[in-house]
Ligand binder design. Structure first.
Ligand code: SAM
Ligand code: SF4
Length: 449
């Protein structure tokens, strides 16, 4: 009998990819994805631990799941509740202590073992099953092919984990050591996605440009070379990748932006701070001048490259002067998109125990100032597109009837008046309006009539 699995995904795109892969692993066990937890025999919360708020969200969601599980039991049914992902990895047994109705806790590196873990839950006498090991076997070697089509744009993880140990970050502890998948495995997965209708693939990695997978020639391939080979897959019209680290930008990556038309002119390159003092305290191993040089090289290779970044305000020791330096760099680079955060102390990371923590009031004010500036730049970038014709991959229904939503080459969300039959097409759209967050347009062929 078909059983329902409901997976709620928190956090980053890697978690979105992992959730889809969990569905693939569960398909042979008879599980199909359902849209609500109450209809599910298996509920998985795929969690994030990057900031304190992300972890708190998991426990608040567990409160709702507890009530649904109790209601299901009352009507004679059974719901298995699992907590996966980075909070599961970081907090392990603590999850079960705080939420004793949870049946299964597993980390991001062990979900290929889901069939065995679920069998253990079914055999257990109510005792929760915990697997937060870092298996020696890479999970990717055990994942089946996609059980269901992924739409027109899909993620593909090529690299995982991190050995960089930035002062503020939990990722090296939750995702483990850096690992690059072999080229042949990635090409096979990409071909499968394209066969199923995918036209755009975003390559994922915590440090995607640290990619150094084994090529078919037995040598180590870097990201630029991988992108060139992916671009040879017929039907793969768009390639993106995220997240890059400034330290790992190399000539091959820059040259790919110059030479590969399928590689979209957009790059997410977190800088975190515009102050060398703070960058050193963050253990980032690059300076502001290094970042500027990288941006110049990239913009020389691809003049219309849109840049995106991550910024943290209020890292321990950040002074007003450091904050001003960040605003200065932001004004100089003018990011098309950016994510900015208040520093959030994470247990076990060096910065959390650092002296000179910044007061929350100062963090809030600095974040407000930074976000105001960033929003101005996002709006300017988007407004500069009004009147232009941009190719838009139509991916899903829009907010309003008769509208479809898609992405421009610069990753802007674009709403276009078009019928559902056009879904999956890359259409020329005349951009007619812009906000800080999105664009609206009409099909160029309609506009010309
Ligand atoms: N690997 C990427 C890099 O090095 O740029 C970033 C990965 S992390 C999942 C995404 C972003 O979350 C980081 O770039 C950083 O800006 C933010 N972040 C990480 N830890 C944080 C913390 N403790 N407090 C606030 N923001 C944090
Ligand atoms: Fe975290 Fe730094 Fe690694 Fe990025 S490079 S995942 S911010 S430790």
């Amino acid at each position: 009998m078909a059983k329902g699995v409901y997976i709620k995904t928190f956090g980053c795109q890697m978690n979105v990819y992992d959730s889809a892969r969990m569905t693939d692993v569960l398909a042979p066990l008879g599980f199909t994805a359902v849209d609500t937890a109450k209809d599910a025999e298996l509920v998985i919360l795929n969690t994030c631990h990057i900031r304190v708020k992300a972890a708190e969200k998991v426990y608040s969601e567990l409160g709702t799941i507890r009530r649904l599980k109790a209601a299901k039991a009352k009507s004679g049914g059974r719901m298995i509740v699992a907590v996966a992902g980075c909070t599961a990895q970081a907090e392990g047994a603590e999850v079960i202590e705080r939420a004793p109705f949870v049946d299964l806790v597993f980390g991001p590196q062990s979900y290929h073992r889901l069939p065995e873990l679920i069998a253990r839950v079914l055999r257990a006498d109510g005792t929760a099953v915990l697997d937060t090991s870092f298996p020696t076997e890479p999970k990717f070697d055990f994942l089946p092919t996609a059980a269901a089509p992924r739409g027109f744009a899909a993620f593909l993880t090529v690299q995982e984990g991190c050995d960089k140990f930035c002062s503020f970050c939990v990722v090296p502890y939750t995702r483990g050591a850096e690992y690059s998948r072999p080229v042949a495995q990635i090409l096979a997965e990409a071909r499968g996605l394209v066969r199923d209708g995918v036209r755009e693939i975003t390559l994922l990695g915590q440090n995607v440009n640290a990619y150094h997978g084994e090529g078919p020639d037995g040598r180590e391939w870097r990201l630029g070379k991988l992108i060139r080979h992916l671009a040879e897959i017929p039907g793969l019209d768009r390639i993106r990748y995220t997240t890059s680290h400034p330290r790992d930008v190399d000539d091959e990556q820059v040259a790919a932006h110059r030479d590969v038309p399928q590689l979209m002119p957009f790059l997410h390159l977190p800088v975190q701070s515009g102050s060398d003092r703070v960058l050193a305290a963050m253990n980032r191993h690059h300076t502001v001048a290094d970042y500027r040089r990288i941006v110049d090289r990239l913009r020389c290779a691809r003049a219309d490259l849109a840049l995106s970044t991550d910024l943290i305000v209020g890292h321990p020791g950040e002074s007003e002067e450091d904050h001003r330096a960040t605003l200065g760099l932001v004004n100089e680079v003018r990011f098309a998109q950016a994510f900015s955060f208040k520093y959030s102390p994470r247990p076990g990371t060096p910065a959390a125990s650092g002296a000179s923590q910044v007061h929350d009031d100062a963090k809030s004010r600095r974040l407000g100032e930074l976000q105001q500036l960033l929003a101005n730049h996002h709006r300017e970038f988007n407004e500069a597109c009004v009147g232009r014709t941009l190719p838009v991959l139509l991916q899903k229904p829009g907010r309003h009837l008769g509208q479809l939503a898609g992405r421009s080459p610069y990753l802007q969300s674009v709403h276009v008046a078009a019928v559902a039959a056009r879904l999956g097409e890359i259409v020329p759209a005349v951009i007619t309006a812009a906000t800080a967050n999105s664009l609206s347009g009409s099909l160029a062929e309609t506009a010309a009539e």
